[in-house]
Each structure stands twice: as structure tokens, then as C-alpha cells.
Design a protein around this ligand. Structure first.
Ligand SMILES: Nc1ncnc2c1ncn2[C@@H]1O[C@H](COP(=O)(O)OS(=O)(=O)O)[C@@H](OP(=O)(O)O)[C@H]1O
Ligand SMILES: [Mg+2]
Length: 434
């Protein structure tokens, strides 16, 4: 089947997507009966919070997230990744603590510019060092491979020595303020820890995948960002953790990443076959979460990148309109979108990077398992599963994209929405590439 913009239309894993995309007749965008549009509401109605059992096997019995009150997880089921998940949660939580410290009193000298002109801060480096150190301490007997966003090349320059000292102090202060680890690291230890993230990943063995600050621009604005950590085993994401220090604990639907709730800081976690969970950062109690159950696009709200440079807002807006979505887009940075989707704040995440952009595995690995374990679907625009087995796509010179472009994440796999999105995507990719 011919492809447009690199999208293989017939190879989709979802029969619905493939069926509508490969039809020679006009896609059935308007063939589904739509209920009368409802008035715009700032808050989702209560029924949308109703828990939906994940498609995968149920996890431990616990109450579902509903109104912001969490209830204890009974006990995590005996999975082979339990130890790794506990280590990942510790690492991401501690890294979040360092990021929060930096964000509260950000210095001009804390921000630098990478070769691709994107910003990087002492918190990105500090977070990566902490995650690397904690994983190694918690899992000493395991072969360690980490695919992570940052490296220490810029920090090794003479003019960066003050910055490196600041990062080292932040790492030590974070460890001592938390109290679990009585260690003190040197600048050399920090450089080694950061550069442990140079693994290439790939289809074999186990690889940790880390974005130490996903959404650095959001972090600098004081908005959303996430520490995103996942474990790949034989090319598949087996667990994922998202620490979102600025994400309100209650719904952000239609609120552009903000809410009146003053409790903020969420830790999302998921492991394959065990469901997805959310807890307040630094609180032990977790509650099972589920994607929203709406089948009617008029009731659905959709998420997209805050940055117009990261995703084509016009295109997603046009698709949303075609679908009959009434609510304005919720634009937030980072994989906090995946976390918010997983707990049902919205129904759809549309993502259309500009032509030529190659997605990085650390920008989607953790988020995608959180959404899928919450009962959602994360695919590219052709309905293919996201492929995390082809390496990192590090930098811009690599040629192994993990997704077709554009990519799209659907949180709710119920047929009406899936079918309509599929049809709309087909139309829009067709017109976009004409
Ligand atoms: N050029 C380009 N095109 C599309 N998407 C891009 C691009 N550069 C970065 N990203 C996405 O930016 C988000 C966070 O990336 P980073 O952790 O590198 O931080 S930064 O905000 O870009 O500084 C994260 O997604 P969103 O926050 O959803 O936009 C990345 O996947
Ligand atoms: Mg980053």
C-alpha cells in the first residue's frame, strides 16, 4: 500500500484503523450518530470519572482514582518487574525533589543552550545523575544500561566548572535531605552517572529509558514537566514511571494544565499487565487509574503540546472539529499529558510534529505504558504500535524513527471515537500532503 508522509496505511495493528484508512470510498467520518452537542463545561461531569477496567489483566485490587482521594494499593502482584518498578519510583521521586528545588529559585546561570538551541538546565543534569545513581544502588546485581537524553560533554568544558559544582551540590543536598542514602558524590561521580545514559538501547536485553526533564521549556516557564523513566525488555516497554511535580492531583480538563486544587505533584506508574496507578509525589498510597470512558466526541476534550513548534496545532484543531469535539484543546508540556489522559482528564492526545522531526524513545516510553495500562491505546497515525526497539534516535543525525510521522495517541479505544479519528486522520494526512 502506498504511504503518505511515511505512514503505512495497511500495516496498522488496529483493524478499525486499517479498515477505514485503506478504504477507497470516502472514510466514514460522519457515518456515526452523534448525540446533541452538550454545552461547554469547565469541569468534566462525574460519569466520566467512572473507572474503566484496563484491557490487560487486572492489577492489584484497590480503589480507583475518582475525586482526588487516593486509597492504598493492596499489594502489587507478583510480577517479574516489581523490584525494578520500586527502584524506578524511588529514582524518579528523588529526581523530582531536585527539580523542584531548582525551579523554586532558578538562577540565570542554571540555564544553558544545547547545540540544537533547546534549553538544558542544572536540573536536567542533576535529575539524570540522581536517577542513574539510584538505579545502580537499588539494583546492584543487574547489568545496567540507560538510554537518556543528556550527556556530560558541555559540562566538561572549562567554562562549565561552576555549573558542574552546582549540579554536584544539588545532587548531594537532595540525597541528604531525603535521608535514605548516606552518600556523598564527587564531580567525577556526577559526570560518570550522567554519561551512564549513553547506551543505545535496541531490541535485545534490558534498557532503562530516561528523560530527566521532559518539557524543559515548561519547567522554565514554571509549567508542566515530567521525569519520565521506563524499562525496555527485548524491545518492549515493561514498566514506566512519570513524576509530574506541577500536575494538580485532580482533573485539569479544560484548564490548560492548571486547576483550583492546591495539592500538586503526581507520580504515575505502570507495569505490564498490572494496570496503572497514581499517587501524590512522596506519599505511599496509590490508586488505580483508568482512561475516560466517553464514546461521544462532543464530550471529549483533547490534549496537545503547549509548544506550537512541537506539534501542528492547526491540524489537530481541524481534526478535533471534524470529530465534533466541543472543548478547546488542553495544551500542556511533556508526558504529563499521558498521565492526565491515563486518569481520564481528557479522551484524546493528538501529536503532529513538524516534518523531519524524529521522536525520541524517552519522550514516549513511560507515558505510553501508563496510558495503555490504564485501558487506553497509544499508536502512530496508522494504528501501529509504537516501536521502542530501534535505539534512541539520539540527536538529529540518527535515522531510526520510532514512529511514523505524524503520530497520534488515542486514550480511549472504544470504536466510535477510534473509527472517527482514524477516518479524520486519513483525510487530513491526505490534504496535508497534497
Ligand atoms: N522539534 C520538536 N518537535 C516536536 N517535539 C519536540 C521537538 N523538540 C522537543 N520536542 C518535544 O518537546 C517536549 C519536551 O522535550 P524536552 O525534554 O527536550 O524539552 S523542551 O521542552 O523541548 O526543551 C516533548 O514533547 P511535548 O511537551 O509534548 O511537546 C518532546 O517530545
Ligand atoms: Mg528533556
Amino acid at each position: 500500500m502506498a504511504s503518505r508522509a511515511g505512514i503505512r496505511l495497511t500495516h496498522g495493528r488496529s483493524p478499525l484503523l486499517a479498515a477505514s484508512a485503506s478504504s477507497s470510498r470516502p472514510p466514514p467520518v460522519l457515518c456515526l450518530r452523534r448525540s446533541k452537542p452538550k454545552p461547554y463545561r469547565r469541569h468534566l461531569p462525574v460519569p466520566l470519572w467512572r473507572p474503566l477496567a484496563p484491557r490487560s489483566s487486572p492489577g492489584p485490587s484497590s480503589s480507583s482514582y475518582s475525586t482526588g482521594i487516593s486509597s492504598p494499593v493492596a499489594s502489587m502482584s507478583s510480577s517479574s518487574y516489581e523490584k525494578e518498578l520500586a527502584a524506578a519510583k524511588k529514582a524518579a521521586s528523588l529526581a523530582a525533589r531536585l527539580c523542584q528545588t531548582v525551579q523554586k529559585a532558578l538562577l540565570e546561570s542554571d540555564i544553558q543552550s544545547k547545540a540544537d538551541k533547546s534549553p538544558v538546565t542544572v536540573a536536567d543534569y542533576g535529575s539524570q545523575a540522581i536517577v542513574s545513581l539510584v538505579l545502580k544502588m537499588e539494583l546492584p546485581s543487574e547489568k545496567f544500561s540507560l538510554v537518556a537524553e543528556e550527556d556530560s560533554a558541555d559540562l566538561q568544558k572549562d567554562e562549565s566548572q561552576e555549573t558542574l559544582k552546582r549540579i554536584t551540590d544539588l545532587v548531594n543536598d537532595t540525597f541528604s535531605s531525603e535521608g535514605t542514602y548516606s552518600i556523598s558524590v564527587s564531580v567525577e561521580d556526577v559526570l560518570v552517572a550522567i554519561d551512564s545514559g549513553k547506551s543505545e538501547g535496541g531490541p535485545h536485553g534490558r534498557h532503562w529509558v530516561l528523560d530527566p526533564i521532559d518539557g524543559t521549556k515548561g519547567f522554565l516557564r514554571g509549567d508542566q514537566y515530567a521525569i519520565a523513566l521506563a524499562l525496555l525488555d527485548e524491545g518492549r516497554v515493561m514498566l514506566g514511571v512519570l513524576a509530574c511535580p506541577n500536575l494538580p492531583f485532580t482533573s485539569i480538563a479544560n484548564l490548560d494544565g492548571h486547576s483550583s486544587e492546591n495539592q500538586t505533584g503526581c507520580l504515575f506508574s505502570a507495569q505490564t499487565g498490572c494496570g496503572a496507578y497514581m499517587q501524590l509525589l512522596n506519599e505511599p498510597s496509590a490508586a488505580k487509574i483508568s482512561v475516560c470512558t466517553t464514546e461521544n466526541p462532543a464530550d471529549a476534550s483533547f490534549f496537545e503540546s503547549y509548544e506550537a513548534a512541537h506539534s501542528l496545532h492547526d491540524l489537530s484543531g481541524a481534526i478535533a472539529k471534524k470529530l465534533g469535539v466541543q472543548a478547546p484543546p488542553v495544551r500542556i508540556d511533556s508526558q504529563a499529558k499521558y498521565g492526565a489522559l491515563a486518569r481520564g482528564d481528557g479522551a484524546i492526545y493528538l501529536r503532529f510534529p513538524h516534518k523531519g522531526y524524529r521522536e525520541k524513545i524517552w519522550d514516549h516510553a513511560a507515558g505510553s505504558i501508563v496510558v495503555t495500562e490504564a485501558g487506553g491505546i497509544a499508536t502512530d497515525a496508522a494504528g501501529n504500535n509504537l516501536d521502542f526497539s530501534k535505539g534512541s534516535t539520539r540527536g538529529h543525525q540518527r535515522t531510526n524513527p520510532i514512529f511514523c510521522i505524524p503520530s497520534v495517541v488515542l486514550s480511549n479505544g472504544t470504536p466510535p471515537i477510534l473509527c472517527q479519528i482514524s477516518a479524520s486522520l486519513f483525510l487530513f494526512t491526505f490534504y496535508r500532503n497534497k
